[in-house]
Design a binder for this molecule. Structure first.
Ligand code: RFL
Ligand code: PHB
Length: 390
């Protein structure tokens, strides 16, 4: 006998977990199917910067307590060009701040809350497949513990990330993909060492971009622009620290505390948007529908705004018997997604070293000079970084 729920959610990343939590709070049943174990999901080191809108939504979902206690509120960020640091004062320019609180912690808070409420999740669900979403009675099939399973539902939420199954299940003629792949990646290192600065430092350097970020006052996260052909085994910790030092300004170099890495990985940089995000009763949310390069810190925040629109639409459907929100989901979400895509592409273009750097470099220098000397230009950066409204 198949199980039955109102919303079958595929993927237990931040999108799926947050949607499930918000729906449950409003009496809408949901089941999450996740391919990996909870431990595996928690081991992925990803986002660190959370916009106020996402903070508010997590608070609304009832999982804000630890984030409010442990998250670091940042009123600005630093941009370092040719060894000189400039500050973008978010608070003065926009009245808003961002919160530094790791995606791992958000995921843990959401997982703990879901478990405590007894909302069903099936981890290690293999061969998950969405069916019949163009009609009124969708179904999700999967394999778990060696047995076949099926869930009948009203809607399927595809929260299964960029490599998930939902987007791939849509007939090719009904989806259009927009994509840009960048000619470099980010080599990231996490360490239990105090950050070099109280605020993040985005560094433009002739050797390549670098970013000094953090997870807490005792845990740092650093990134180096690297070649896509780079082999992680060629980067012992010592080599990473030496390369980072070359890209830092004097003050940061003097303040840098090195230590053993807790995690080290290479991520490619990509801009990607699928249109539309709705296919009958299947909805894509988060990385399943779009990817941004990490330079603007927008990925997780976009996942939160998608979830907000989808959650509101589902409430409208169940409580007010109106399909209007569902009908508008794709257009509403995409309007915000494309602005974040533009900002992330622009930040990436502004700060990285490109193969044809002679002309690009001059453009970058001119634009940075403009940002540091024009309140309007700095405000445009700050307004996008702290997050456009949703
Ligand atoms: P996720 O987190 O990829 O979760 C998708 C989940 O779906 C599961 N799954 C399946 N389950 C069942 N069946 C299948 N066939 C399945 N296929 C996949 C996966 O196992 C997984 O658990 O997507 P979600 O929930 O949409 O969340 C998106 C965010 O994870 C992502 O946008 C951010 O991490 C991006 N990002 C950042 N975002 C920010 O807002 N601020 C940042 O500072 C920031 N920094 C980053 C980042 C991403 C990075 N990398 C490595 C991609 C820094 C980095 C380095
Ligand atoms: C991070 O801390 O992982 C991080 C912060 C800011 C970014 C990207 C990643 O723009």
């Amino acid at each position: 006998m198949p199980m039955r729920t109102q919303v079958a959610i595929i993927g237990a990343g931040p999108s799926g977990l947050l949607l499930g939590q918000l729906l449950h709070k409003h009496g809408i049943d949901n089941i999450i199917l996740e391919r990996h174990t909870p431990e595996y999901v928690l081991e992925r080191i990803r986002a660190g910067v959370i916009e106020q809108g996402a903070v508010d939504l997590l608070t609304e979902a009832g999982v804000g307590e630890r984030m409010h206690a442990e998250g670091l509120v940042h009123d600005g960020t630093q941009i370092c060009v040719d060894g000189v640091r400039h500050r973008i004062d978010f608070k003065a320019l926009t009245g808003k701040s961002v919160t530094v609180y790791g995606q791992t912690e958000i995921t843990r808070d959401l997982m703990d809350a879901r478990r405590a409420l007894g909302i069903p999740s099936i981890y290690e669900a293999y061969d998950v497949a969405p069916h019949d979403f163009s009609g009124q009675h969708p179904r999700v099939t999967y394999r778990h513990d060696g047995k076949e399973g099926a869930i009948d539902c009203d809607f399927i939420a595809g929260c299964d990330g960029f490599h998930g199954v939902c987007r791939k299940s849509v007939p090719p003629g009904s989806i259009k993909n927009y994509e840009r792949v960048y000619p470099f990646g980010w080599l990231g290192l996490l360490s239990d060492t105090p950050p070099v600065s109280e605020e993040l430092i985005y560094i433009r350097h002739q050797l390549g971009f670098a970013l000094c970020s953090m997870r807490s006052t005792t845990r740092s996260r650093y990134y180096l622009q690297c070649s896509l052909a780079e082999d992680i085994d060629a980067w012992p910790d010592e080599r990473f620290w030496e390369e980072l030092k070359l890209r830092l300004d004097d003050e940061a170099r003097a303040a840098l505390v090195t230590g053993p890495s807790l995690e080290k990985s290479i991520a490619p940089l990509r801009s990607f948007v699928a249109e539309p995000l709705r296919f009958g009763r299947l909805f894509l949310a988060g990385d399943a529908g779009h990817i941004v390069p990490p330079t603007g810190a927008k990925g997780l925040n976009l996942a939160a705004s998608d979830v907000y629109y989808l959650w509101q639409a589902l409430i409208e459907f169940y409580k007010q018997k109106s399909s209007a929100g569902l009908d508008h989901y794709s257009a509403r979400a995409l309007a915000r997604i494309w602005k974040a895509e533009r900002f992330s592409w622009w930040m990436t273009t502004l700060l990285h070293t490109f193969p044809d750097q002679a002309f690009e470099g001059k453009m970058q220098a001119a634009e940075l000079d403009y940002i540091f000397n024009s309140r309007s230009a700095a405000t445009a950066l700050a307004e996008n970084y702290v997050g456009l409204p949703f």
